[in-house]
Write a protein that binds this ligand. Structure first.
Ligand code: LLP
Length: 421
């Protein structure tokens, strides 16, 4: 459920007409809903009620400071994957003991930043990383709390670019080697082993891969405890999918996921962490764009819009589907049209949808891409020297720009001409 609904014939974000935001900000732009973000965080928190748990929002999905601050104010911890995300979490007021640091390629600088600023745990992904983290911690005179990310070798049945739990993926250490890797970790003086981490992929639409993975983690917990390790915390990753197509069957609900967590690892008396990103932010955001031209091709109509692949890369990169709706609700009974919906960037990959049937629209009309709150703005670039588009947060009947569109001067001034030119 989200808070982007038609009211009096016009799409609203909560109580604010999208047209009102467009008039002030100018298309294209992202809009996020406070009520939806709050609701989605709460769903996860409620789903794990009765267990000692922390929902660590995966900031990579949408790391705007206002979004992070909102979730932090609700009690969320953060899952970060770079020094930049760590800094954003701190800037949004998240205490270090609620920040987990994931990722396969943490640098010395990133490790030191988090060790000095405070960290709940590092989710370590390899033996070289373990050794380096131990060194950095010792050089600072501290001990780094860690989990080791295990790769359970299960098929997450999702897009190949976002599956992470198969042995062919770069993530974690093979679960078959876990005992030796944990023994290695325990021998390193700068580390303190506190648990196990697993994350098998993103946009999972089925609970079965989770069930397989979490059962393996439960077994491993017993084995590692018998080896003498303290396994007090399980980080179970993120990945629960969202309904991108309203016409399709919906993925499992957080409540069912929570029940699965309790069923598979609830008996182990561990603190539970989860790292959802997409489900919290995805349907809490839309991308609004204006139709520049309707172009008649030989055998099709092109809707040329002012958003492009640099603003929302998911369709070009993963062939992802986003529902696209007009901002002004079509009259009942009006004839739909079929379009190829494309942006102005000079490559054919700049295509959002092919042969998409939707209500007919004209030049100057606004359209909205649904489910664009996660992995939208954060993956944007300035390709073709197109400025990053603004982000707006709505809360009830108020809205604010939470990231302004840069001016062209700002963009140009980031480049410098070398002195010999
Ligand atoms: N934890 C870890 C270690 C992750 O790698 C990820 C996502 C998450 C949590 C959050 O997963 P989520 O709950 O959001 O599914 N750009 C792609 C998605 C990449 C996901 C990468 N890792 C997309 O647009 O679909």
């Amino acid at each position: 459920m989200d808070h982007f609904l038609y009211r009096d014939g016009a799409l609203h974000a909560e109580d604010v007409p999208i047209t009102e935001i467009a008039a002030q900000v100018g298309a294209p732009f992202y809009v996020y809903s406070t009520a939806t973000l709050t609701r989605h965080y709460q769903l996860f928190d409620d789903a794990l009620e009765g267990t000692d748990h922390l929902v660590c929002y995966a900031m990579k999905a949408n790391s705007n400071l206002a979004v992070v601050k909102l979730l932090a104010s609700l009690g969320a911890g953060m899952d970060v994957v770079s020094g930049g995300e760590y800094r954003r979490a701190v800037a949004a007021g998240v205490p270090g003991d609620k920040i987990v640091f994931s990722g396969v390629g943490k640098t010395r600088e990133e490790m030191a930043l988090a060790l000095k600023g405070g960290i709940r745990q590092f989710n370590v992904e390899s033996e070289p990383e373990m050794e380096r983290l131990s060194e950095v911690a010792m050089s600072l005179g501290v001990v780094a709390p860690i989990t080791v990310r295990v790769n359970p070798d299960v098929d997450a049945k999702t897009h190949e670019k976002i599956a992470t739990g198969k042995s062919e993926n770069k993530f974690g250490i093979p679960i078959s080697r876990a005992r030796e890797v944990y023994a290695h970790a325990a021998s390193l003086p700068g580390l303190k082993v506190i648990g196990i981490d697993v994350h098998i992929g993103s946009q999972l639409v089925d609970l079965e891969p989770y069930e397989l993975a979490y059962k393996k983690v439960a077994e491993l917990t017993e084995v590692l405890r018998a080896d003498g390790h303290e396994i007090a915390r399980l980080d179970l990753g993120g990945g629960l999918g969202i309904p991108y197509e309203r016409s399709n069957t919906a993925p499992p609900l957080p409540m069912d996921y929570g029940a699965l967590v309790k069923r598979t690892v609830g008996h182990l008396d561990c603190e539970i962490e989860i790292e959802p990103g997409r489900l919290i932010a995805g349907n809490a955001g839309i991308l609004v764009s204006e139709v520049i031209y309707v172009k008649e091709g030989e055998d099709r109509k092109f809707l040329i819009i002012d958003a492009a692949m640099n603003d929302l890369i998911r369709p070009a990169m993963y062939g992802a589907h986003h529902d696209i709706v007009p901002v002004i609700e079509p009259e009942p009974g009006s004839e739909p049209a079929k379009y190829d919906i494309v942006g102005p960037v000079c490559e054919s990959g700049d295509t959002f949808a092919k042969h998409r049937t939707m209500p007919a629209v004209s030049e100057g009309d606004l359209i909205a891409f649904r489910s664009a709150g996660a992995y939208g703005a954060v993956m944007a670039s300035e390709y073709n020297s197109r400025p990053l588009i603004p982000e707006v947060l709505v809360d009830g009947d108020q809205f604010a720009v939470i990231r302004a569109r840069p001016t062209f001067d700002e963009m140009l001034n980031r480049d410098t001409i070398p002195p010999w030119m």
